[in-house]
Each structure stands twice: as C-alpha cells, then as structure tokens.
Design a binder for this molecule. Structure first.
Ligand SMILES: Cc1cc2nc3c(=O)[nH]c(=O)nc-3n(C[C@H](O)[C@H](O)[C@H](O)COP(=O)(O)OP(=O)(O)OC[C@H]3O[C@@H](n4cnc5c(N)ncnc54)[C@H](O)[C@@H]3O)c2cc1C
Length: 421
C-alpha cells in the first residue's frame, strides 16, 4: 500500500483549481480525495477560450468599466451585461466593484497579477513536458486586434503599460498582422501582439489531468455535494456531503462561481458573481488555419485555434446564474466574426452552444491563501477571466502553503478573508 507521508486532504471541486491542486498535492505525498457536486467533465474549466494571459494584469474592476457597462446594458447583443435585479448579493457586489474601479487599485495589483500569471505560464510549460500530457500548449502569443482608431488608442496605451511592466509586447500595423495570418483574410487596423501569452486546449488539459490523477491514486467522488463542515476550534475536521462525511487532515476549497455558498458555511465572505460566457466550436474543415489566438477587441470575442477547429467565445453577463441561453448575445458573437475575418461566414451554432460561469470577485482579484480562522484550509478561487491561466499557480501555491514552503509569487493581496470573516 502507498504511504501518504503528509496525511489525507479533501479537495472540493474538480475544475482547474481543484485538479491542479490535486496534481501538486499527490506528488507531494498527500492522499487526495476530490469531491465534485456534478460530473467531473462539466464545469467552467472545459468550454473556456484556453488562453494563458499574463496580458491580463488589469483587474476587471478598472476605470471606464462602469461607464462602458452602463452603455452596453441597453444593447441586447453587447458583450458585457449586468442583469439588473433587486438581489442583495448583486447590490453588495456592485457597491464593492464601484469602490475598486479606480486607477490606484489597478496600479496596486498589476504587478502581482502579472507575476502570478507568468508563474502559472511557466508551470504550464513544465506540465506539458510530463508523460501523458499533450494539451496543445502554444506559447506563441495572442493578437489583440482592433478595427477602430479609438480602440487602437486605448490598446496602444495599454501596450505601453505592459512594456513598462516588462512584458514582451509589440504594436503591429495592419499589414504586419496580416503577415502573421497568411491563410485567412483579415480586416483590421492593427493589433498588439502579446508574445508573453499563450493558449491550450482546455478539454484535453482537463481529461489528461484526471487521467494522471486517477493513475496516481487520487479518489474522485462525483455527484457529491459539500453542504457543511465539522469544525473544532481553528481546524476543519470534516466535510459533510449528501453522500456521507469525509474526514481529512486538510482541505482545499475551490468551487468556481459557487465558492460563496461553500464559504458561507464557514462564515467567511468571498463575494463573487457568476459572469456567464458562451463558446462554440467552428469546423474549418482543415482549411483557413489560424496561427494565433486572438481577441477581437471591439466585440470582446476570443478566437482560439483548438483541436483542428476554432473556438469562438465571448460575453460577460453578470448576475444571478440561470440556465438560459440568450440567443441575441450569441448572435452578437457570430455577427462580429466576419467583421474581422471576412471569409468566415459562421452560422448560428444552434445546439452547439456551451456556457459557463466565470467566478468574478468585485475587486477583480483571486481568493488564494490559508484561512485565518481555519489553519488547515486553503481557498483557491475567484479566477474570473483568468481562472484557467492561473490554474497551475493556484495548485502549486496551495501545495507549498500546506507544506510551509516559500511561495514563489506574491499573494498578500489575494487573501480569501479580505472581505471579512
Ligand atoms: C466563455 C469563457 C471563456 C473563458 N476564457 C478563459 C481564458 O481564455 N483563459 C482563462 O484563464 N480563463 C478563461 N475563462 C475563465 C475560466 O474558465 C474560469 O475562471 C475557470 O475555469 C474557473 O476554474 P475553477 O476551478 O475555479 O472553477 P470551475 O471550473 O467552475 O470548477 C468548480 C467546480 O466546483 C464544483 N463545486 C461547486 N460547489 C461545490 C460543492 N458544494 N460541492 C462539491 N463541488 C462543488 C463545481 O461543480 C465545479 O465543477 C473563461 C470563462 C468563460 C465562461
């Protein structure tokens, strides 16, 4: 029988945060059990755009977002939408968001977000070299493409800030962008190439992680929802689920957009709103191959070459989670594609639409660290628009915190109990 030198650990949630944590923990000698309320192959970590984004050093709570959000609220095809509701959770989140949407907040956390993403990107490089992993990792950059001079102005300014932060970024005129994508006609004014960014295929990554973990002896408990915790003094002793009680020496709480419900059982406030986004695959039938992932900036649409096809994704609908597909928002994505790629006349992808909920914190920062109240418990969540990108960093930091090792990225600003406990 395998010896587990560190003890037993329960990881709640089988998204990228949970699986990456399990990956580093099992290697570090823990007996790992993963509790997942659904099946393991259906969460936000599967249908996303697969982008690795050191470029996203600006938190969602940023100046300009409020005015832009209000403008877009009156357009049913717009990429950003706050679904108004007299819901105390929405109101509380909105007030906290307003408090943080300013320049000093953005400047304060730009370096920490950059470093966490760069660290994670390096860990993805390492993971891709392991036996059994081939998840289409390509670290060849992302093109932030624009059509209008107004967007060019904003994006070039951001590119200069990225360069000041030491990121490998280049501003390209239209012809130079076209030279990078010779197989497909482009109608753009220019682009910023973030060479520091990359992309991967999320379903392959997730399936290969699950396979690795199962082989390494990690136990998966699907359709097992955590409802409560047993605590004694400053320690969590057990997670109570609809399938029984799971005792452990330590706990990792992920949960994606559902983290607040889990944390409320521990009386810790981790405000989050689900930011609904859609994606679909487009089969180019082996033709019109794209070399780079791209963001179509005016439309806020992500374009990722993936598994021989292209994945298009977009929209951010903040509000209470519901299972409805708002057709007009998906049409907004579809109609934007030929504006940038005139040869791609994509049909409405009926019956092929995926949606997921980004776990969005009101200050745009993740929740990552040990709980003050319960020293044997780590929270890893709130990745928002960069939750996939941050996955390995989350996992490695979870593991190092539990082993009392030095952490290789600054996480002081990401405390999971910063909104109160
Ligand atoms: C359209 C779209 C595009 C995106 N593109 C990108 C991108 O290009 N790059 C990027 O970095 N990020 C992207 N994201 C965001 C990214 O997908 C998420 O931030 C990330 O997947 C969150 O991972 P997670 O592990 O925190 O949560 P999830 O993947 O949601 O996993 C959480 C899991 O916890 C489980 N759970 C919850 N509560 C309980 C409970 N009580 N008991 C047991 N289990 C529970 C859930 O069922 C779920 O399986 C995108 C998101 C969307 C919607």
């Amino acid at each position: 029988m395998k010896e587990h030198k560190r003890g037993t650990i329960v990881v709640i949630g089988a998204g990228i945060a949970g699986l990456a944590s399990a990956y580093y923990l099992v290697k570090d000698g823990w007996e790992v059990k993963i509790l997942e309320k659904n099946e393991v192959d259906n969460n936000c970590s599967y249908g996303n755009a697969g982008m690795i984004v050191p470029s996203h050093f600006t938190p969602l709570a940023a100046p300009g977002m409020v005015a832009q959000g209000i403008k877009w609220m009156f357009n049913s095809k717009s990429p950003f939408y706050v679904r108004p509701a007299l819901n105390p959770r929405l109101v509380d989140w909105g007030l906290k968001f307003l408090k943080h949407a300013n320049r000093s907040h953005v400047d304060k956390y730009a370096t920490a977000l950059r470093d966490l993403n760069l660290y994670s990107s390096r860990l993805y490089d390492e993971l891709s070299l392991e036996d059994g992993f081939n998840f289409e990792l390509e670290q060849n950059g992302i093109l932030m493409m624009y059509k209008s001079s107004q967007m060019k102005h904003e994006e070039v300014e951001l590119a200069h800030r990225a360069q000041d932060l030491g990121l490998d970024v280049e501003v390209l005129e239209g012809e130079a962008v076209k030279a990078l994508e010779p197989n497909l006609k482009l109608d753009v004014l220019g682009a910023v190439l973030y060479r520091c960014d990359g992309k991967l295929c999320p379903p392959k990554l997730m399936q290969q992680l699950i396979q690795y973990l199962k082989t390494a002896g990690v136990l998966f408990f699907e359709k097992t929802e955590v409802h409560k915790f047993v605590t004694v003094a400053n320690t969590i002793k057990a997670a109570i689920t609809d399938k029984g009680t799971f005792d452990a020496d330590a706990f990792v709480v992920t949960g994606g957009a559902y983290l607040p419900e889990l944390m409320s059982k521990l009386r810790v406030s981790t405000p989050l709103l689900p930011g609904k986004g859609y994606s679909f695959m487009y089969d180019t039938k082996g033709e019109k191959k794209l070399n780079h992932a791209a963001l179509l900036l005016e439309a806020r649409v992500a374009v990722t070459p993936m598994n021989g096809q292209i994945r298009f994704s977009g929209t951010m609908e903040l509000g209470v989670a519901n299972d409805k597909i708002y057709e007009n928002r998906v049409r907004g994505i579809v109609e934007s594609i030929p504006k940038y790629y005139p040869e791609l006349q994509v049909e409405y992808p009926k019956n092929k639409i995926w949606y997921g909920y980004r776990p969005c914190s009101p200050d745009g920062l993740p929740y990552l660290g040990k709980l003050k109240k319960y020293g044997n418990t780590i929270v890893a969540g709130g990745g928002g628009m960069m939750g996939l990108s941050l996955g390995p960093a989350f996992g490695k930091i979870v593991c190092d915190l539990l082993a009392d090792r030095e952490i290789e990225a600054g996480i002081a600003g990401f405390k999971p109990d910063r909104f109160g406990s």
